[in-house]
Design a binder for this molecule. Sequence first.
Ligand SMILES: [Zn+2]
Length: 325
Amino acid sequence: MSKVKYYYDPDTLSYRKIELKKTRRYRNIFLFILGSALFGFLGLIFLLNTNILNTPRELSLARELKNYELRFELLNKKMEQVEQVLANIEDRDNNIYRLYFEANPIPEEQRRAGFGGVNRYKSLEGFNNSEMIIATTRRLDVIQKQMVIQSRSLDEITKLAEDKEKLLASIPAIQPVKNEDLTRMASGYGWRSDPFTKARKMHWGMDFTAPKGVPIYATGDGIVTRADNNASGYGKHIRVDHGYGYMSLYAHLSNYNVKRGQKVKRGDLIGFIGSTGRSEAPHLHYEVWKDEERINPINFYYGSLTAEEFENMLKYANQENQSLD
Ligand SMILES: [Zn+2]
C-alpha cells in the first residue's frame, strides 16, 4: 500500500506521482478487512466441523455420547441372548409341556405380536440417536410381552399338571389284592366257561383267588357309592366312583371295611375276600368301568406291578379257563 505509483504526463513531459483519492483508499481498506473477516469465518466453521476447536465440555459430552452408544450395543447383545433363551423355553412349552397336557400350542403370531394403535415411542423421536433408542426400547417391549405370555402359559401348565395328578391318583392303577396274599390270578376278562352252567359266557372282570378274610384295597382315589348285598350275583360288593368316568367294583366279599359315601385313597383297605353271591370259591371278582362300560382291568395295574409280574398276570388272564364268577 505504501508503494508510490507514477504516471507520465505528456503536457509537462515528466512523471508525476499518482495521488489516490482518500475515499478510494478507505474503500480498499474496508474491502481488505471484509475479505479477511470472511476468510477467517469460513476457517472457523471448518475448524469447528473437524472438532479441532471443541471446548473441553463439548469433548467430554461427545465421549459420553459414544459411551452410551457402546452401552446400547452391549444391551442389545444381552437382549439377543435373552431372546434365544426365551425362544428355547417357548419351543419346549409348545412342543413338550403343552403337547403332554393336551393343550393347544400358542401360535407364533400371538407370541410375537407387536403393539398396534398409538405410537408409544413418540417421546423418543426427534433426536440424533432416536432410531437406536426406539429400536432398543421396542425390542425390550417385545421381550417383556413374550415373557408375560410365556409365564401365563406355564401357569396354565401347572394347573393342567395338578389336574393330571388328580386324574392319575383317581383312576384305578394297582392290584386290589397284594401279590403275597394271592393264591393265584384265576381268571381274566373275556370269554370263559361259566363255573355253574359250563356254558361259554363273557366274564366282565378279573378273578383273584385268595383265602377268606384277605384284605382288598381300593385301586384309586374316589368315593364309595355302594357297599351292599343288593346286586344280583355280586354278593357283598363295593363300588368306588373315581370321577373322570371311572368306577371300580369289588365282589363276593366276606365283609366291608368302608361305608357308602366314604372317601377312599388308593391303597386303603376297603373289604375282605369272601365267596358271597354267585361264587364257586373264595375269590375277588374285580371290574373296572369307564363311562358305564366294563373294560379289561388288565390295563390298570401300571402302578404296582413289575414287568415280570405283569407278564405273569397277562399269561393267566389270557388262559381260556373257567372263571370263578
Ligand atoms: Zn369273576
